[in-house]
Design a protein. Sequence first.
Length: 141
Amino acid sequence: MKDSKKVFIDTAPFIYYIEDNKQFCDKVENILCDCLINEISMVTSVITYMEFSVIPERTKKIKIISNFKEILLKLSIPLIEIDLSIAGYAAKLRAKYSFLKGLDALQLSVAIKNNCDTFVTNDRELAKIKEIKIWGLGSLK
């Protein structure tokens, strides 16, 4: 990750970190620490916020959403909004990659349009994307 200048953190890593997932929490923590130590900017999007918040809203565990917001604030991770340029680029990605789902295309588009060089996710299928380096949690030791 040290060769990166700016990384996009997808939804799943945040969920794993907040939920203290036994398999992935330490990996996510290492990535976050590595970014902080090496002064690598991190971003995510309003889609991450929406996806993250579904289960806590459903289960009425709103404190989890507050914890997520607090982490974003403490780590200075902005939530990038979706605009027409991002939506247009997402459409191009979906046209190119038929397997790509709409929200994933938007997430990738946010990362690419915001000059991220790495996209941190646990979605193995996204490794097929050529426009940005995909860093999969499952492949980390």
